[in-house]
Design a protein. Structure first.
Length: 351
């Protein structure tokens, strides 16, 4: 395989059909711009002012139960609502195209402990989170086309609270990113009679240079086409279409993978590592979905230290995304980090 060298080049994302400009060595440039706040290190196990801690009152006026494992509730400020009787676009104004949507938004607390992140939970607790995701995908999937499970972690990604939590947005439509991936995987399956992402893993395992964590059931790699500096894709090693199709052994394997990977992230800059993480898989409802491979995306914003983030501005907004370090450089750094937690406050107070 001809390898892209150090010169600027573009890489293609076969899942979305989009390109990324890769200009390695730009990380050497000096930085006197914005620096991120670092999340406080020693959080209490319970915070009386936290709207996600057990027994506390939320902004909407409801009180959380004294939950033991996970808690799911309808978002008090939901982005989607179940009732809608609007008709949609007015054909006389063709360029003002719009459609009504029905849906719901939920919040999922991963643990009653205010001070722990997903990667710091024990394996059975992480499995409980995955099982809650599966139950939610199954329950909401009966009613809605697509159930997007995701987490915004850290203030840099807009998370409102350090209490470990994620979100679940379900809607009666296929959102844009899902629509792109659906189309590309469908086309590939039709043409090659095999799965795009399963074929992709074969190549990644052969080369090894973008692998971050490799387990029996799962692989985490910095994708060849990564946009965000330390972006990772989580892929199953055998066919699985949707989160609801995961077997018990895949669930326990995924818990192990998440724990190892998220710990590496925290160790990268010795800070609780911010990111957006979420799952993609076959949508619900009628129609063949054999072309789908279930997978996870993690998009972390940090670039060169705990406080310097990647900005998607300028050329990225007007042209296409650009990255500084290569996917191979990012993967090597993550791969070589330990999978036990060593984030200590003293490590990053000096930043
Ligand atoms: P983020 O940290 O990703 O913003 O998720 C927290 C969600 O919790 C957010 O969508 C909701 C916000 O609307 N929320 C409640 O539902 N009740 C509250 O009391 C505060 C926040
Ligand atoms: Zn809390």
């Amino acid at each position: 395989m001809v390898h892209p060298g150090d010169k600027p080049h573009r890489r293609y994302n076969p899942l979305t059909g989009e390109w990324v400009l890769v200009s390695s060595h730009r990380t050497e440039r000096p930085w006197s711009g914005e620096r991120e706040e670092i999340s406080p290190a020693d959080l209490p196990t319970y915070d009386q002012d936290c709207y996600l801690c057990p027994g506390n009152r939320r902004a909407g006026g409801k009180t959380n139960p004294a939950y033991q494992n996970t808690l799911v509730f309808t978002n008090d400020f939901p982005a989607l609502l179940p009732d809608c009787d609007e008709a949609g676009s007015d054909p006389s104004v063709a360029l003002h195209r719009w459609q009504p949507v029905r849906g719901t938004s939920r919040v999922i607390c991963y643990s009653p402990r205010h001070d722990l992140s997903l990667g710091q939970l024990d394996l059975p607790e992480i499995e409980a989170v995955i099982n809650t995701w599966i139950n939610q995908a199954s329950e909401l999937g009966d009613q809605y086309k697509w159930v997007q499970i995701f987490e915004n972690k850290g203030a840099a990604m807009g998370a409102s609270n350090p209490h470990p939590h994620g979100q679940i947005w379900a809607g009666d439509f296929l959102p844009t990113e899902m629509e792109k991936e659906d189309r590309r995987q469908r086309e590939y399956f039709k043409q090659h009679k095999s799965h795009l992402l399963l074929d992709y893993i074969v190549d990644e395992l052969k080369s090894g240079e973008r692998l971050v964590v490799e387990l029996d059931q799962w692989v985490a790699a910095v994708p060849f086409w990564a946009v965000w500096p330390f972006e990772v894709i989580i892929l199953p090693r055998s066919p699985v279409g949707a989160i609801t199709d995961l077997s018990p052994v895949q669930i326990s394997g995924l818990a192990r993978l998440l724990k190892g990977l998220l710990t590496k992230y925290d160790n990268l800059f010795s800070v609780p590592f911010p990111f957006s993480m979420g799952w993609h898989g076959a949508p619900n409802g009628s129609g063949a979905n054999d072309h789908w491979t279930f997978h996870g995306h993690i998009y972390p914003p940090l670039l060169r230290s705990a406080t310097v983030r990647k900005f998607m501005v300028g050329y990225e907004m007007l042209g296409e995304p650009q990255r500084d370090l290569t996917a191979e450089q990012a993967a090597a750094r993550l791969r070589n980090l330990p999978e036990n937690h060593n984030v200590r406050k003293s490590d990053y107070e000096s930043y």
